[in-house]
Design a protein around this ligand. Structure first.
Ligand SMILES: [Mg+2]
Length: 198
């Protein structure tokens, strides 16, 4: 069976939406998700970098972090993909979050055996997602992040990239944009058809 790579935050887990709700709980200010056109949340929130990082850590320390639900359609789509593929969660989270990360996945996406890859190990250092894909024979990844998508695409890996306000504008021959998991599965079927006929 082929192995497929799947990013976690904002591909499977609805992280930014919940961070934004946490911001609203703390400040009483409602910000539409469409305003998150940058990864620099301090620019969206109008605060310092330090304050933004501190808020992220309060979010991670809160119950809201573990209670964050999956993105609509992710669970069913991953179940369907798992019938014909091995699935690997490839996350930029540090490996120190391993236990909490894998508990969340087991609880929210039950019934699938995932492999887990963390780009930042216990001893520091950072591995590129594209290199993890190549080492493990993965030639397709589902992703939302601009730099990870581009890096994988440039290494010849097919990327199915979810449209987000912060990743608009990126175009590459190996990147196919989708706005939902339903659409992502359709693109997957097309790519898979091409591979089977190749
Ligand atoms: Mg992500």
């Amino acid at each position: 069976m082929a192995m497929i790579g799947v990013d976690l935050d904002d591909t499977v887990k609805d992280t930014l939406r919940c961070v934004n709700e946490f911001y609203e709980i703390e400040t009483g200010i409602k910000i539409p998700l469409s305003k998150y056109t940058t990864y620099l949340w301090e620019d969206v929130w109008g605060c310092t970098r330090e304050e933004a990082i501190a808020r992220w850590h309060r979010f991670v320390d809160s119950e809201n972090y573990d209670r964050t639900p999956p993105i609509e359609g992710a669970r069913d789509s991953l179940c369907s993909l798992s019938l014909k593929n091995n699935l690997a969660i490839i996350t930029s989270r540090p490996e120190i979050n391993k236990q909490r990360t894998e508990e969340w996945v087991r609880r929210n996406i039950p019934g699938i055996e995932f492999e887990f890859f963390y780009t930042r190990g216990f001893e520091g250092g950072k591995r590129a997602k594209g290199d993890i894909c190549i080492e493990n024979g993965i030639n397709l990844i589902f992703e939302d992040d601009i730099s990870n998508s581009l890096e994988c695409a440039m290494k010849g890996i097919d990327v199915i990239m979810f449209d987000k306000p912060y990743n608009l504008g990126l175009e590459h021959g190996k990147i196919q944009r989708v706005s939902s998991w339903a659409e992502a599965l359709k693109i997957y079927e097309c790519l898979n058809g091409h591979r089977e006929n190749a």
